[in-house]
Design a protein around this ligand. Structure first.
Ligand code: FNR
Length: 368
């Protein structure tokens, strides 16, 4: 028997329920990581190598979890990151996440490969709700230009170019389950037809341009006024290069462990990046986000202590949406909020600007 929603006490609980109730192909697509899934597991376990150094006797009666991301005020320092094919898990698709994000005043990043159309997702937003666009760059730049211009016209507030996927990773669980129902905004580059024999991911991604390079960044800047961020940066040298290229931010991410296996976790890259940016006086030139394996508010707090502006969360909201629809997404976000308030009190911070590196001990992270 399926547990009732009130029996989900943390984000991992949604995963356990989703595994039981989701269609096998959908579960395979959402849950898989690349190759041996070492990076996927590391994403969460890396947080266990960071320890808190809480302050005591701080007045934490009132805790303010709000912050700003790319100029937008949000209630908590996380956003719903872009994950393709929302209708595999829920017949309504990504708009369920849009409604959850609205209720909790957080931002949703819309995937290029959403099951709902971009306009359906924008239309599902209410009032001044803010959304970002995740972009896979098409070999045919006219198509990409039209997508960017349309997003800007519709009021999107950030363009996140995915840079860790010149070719989609091998997700073997997904490849084993032959994929038939594409149900997404499949783009082509012209003639080639969609090959469905290699799992969902490969079926929908053949248009992505593997020749994308640093040389293309000025072109993106010339076609949009939206802030431009690179999603999937994995080393401090590339963060510095991103600053030099004039982009507005980066997401330190390995794509939820779905691309290069045995690449490092976002939190580990963050710990490498921030001291170097501070040394170079670049820490305020760019907004740094991380994603991957964030399941607890303590994970979010560690990322903020180490200098992230915010974090992206992917699978947990997909699982909550697949198992319980909007009430599931709502509860998942509420659980995070409750965990966050409590843990900010316990580490002795009443606002996010008080989250600083001295509150964490990263010696175990560096002790390889
Ligand atoms: C993703 N991710 C992703 N990223 C991206 O840039 N474009 C995309 O289309 C997708 N699609 C996608 C589908 C699914 C099912 C998953 C799980 C992930 C990666 C995503 O944005 C993010 O980097 C990770 O999901 C973060 O890790 P967690 O929170 O899922 O552990």
């Amino acid at each position: 028997r399926m547990p009732i929603l009130e029996q989900c006490y943390n984000l991992m609980d949604f995963e356990a329920v989703a595994k039981r109730v989701m269609k096998k192909t959908a579960w395979a697509y959402y849950s898989s990581g690349a190759d041996d899934e070492i990076t996927m597991r590391e994403n969460h376990s890396a947080f266990h190598k960071i320890w808190f150094r809480p302050k005591v006797l701080v007045d934490v009666e009132n805790v303010d979890m709000s912050t700003t991301m790319l100029g937008t005020k949000v209630s908590m320092p996380f956003y719903v990151t872009a994950t393709a094919l929302g209708k595999l898990g829920n017949p309504e698709g990504e708009v369920v996440l849009t409604r959850g994000a609205k209720k909790h005043n957080v931002i949703q990043m819309i995937p290029t490969l959403a099951s709902c159309s971009f306009d359906e997702i924008m239309d599902a937003a209410e009032g001044d709700q803010v959304q970002w666009l995740q972009l896979y760059v098409n070999k045919n730049r006219d198509i990409t230009k039209r997508i960017i211009e349309h997003a800007e016209k519709r009021g999107c507030k950030g363009l996140f170019i995915t840079v860790d996927a010149p070719q989609l990773g091998r997700r073997e669980k997904d490849m084993r389950s032959k994929f038939s129902d594409v149900g997404s905004n499949v783009q082509s580059t012209g003639g080639d037809s969609v090959d469905r024999s290699q799992g969902a991911a490969r079926a929908i991604s053949s248009f992505i341009d593997p020749s994308l390079s640093w040389k293309d960044i000025p072109w993106f800047k010339s076609v949009t006024k939206m802030p431009i961020l690179l999603k999937g940066v994995q080393r401090v040298e590339d963060v510095i290069r991103a600053v030099a290229a004039g982009v507005d931010g980066v997401v330190l991410s390995n794509h939820g462990g779905r691309q290069l296996d045995t690449s490092r976790s976002g939190i580990e890259i963050l710990a490498e990046t921030m001291p170097e940016l501070r040394r170079l006086g670049l820490e305020n030139k760019i907004e740094i986000y991380i994603d991957g394996g964030i399941r607890r508010a303590t994970d979010i707090l560690k990322a903020l202590c180490l200098g992230a502006k915010g974090v992206g969360i992917g699978r947990p909201f997909l699982y909550a949406m697949s198992a319980y629809g909007l009430p599931g997404v709502d509860r998942a976000m509420q659980l995070l909020k409750d965990e966050m308030e409590m843990n900010m009190r316990l580490i002795g911070c009443s606002s996010v600007d008080q989250l600083t590196p001295e509150l964490v001990d990263v010696r175990s992270l560096h002790a390889h």
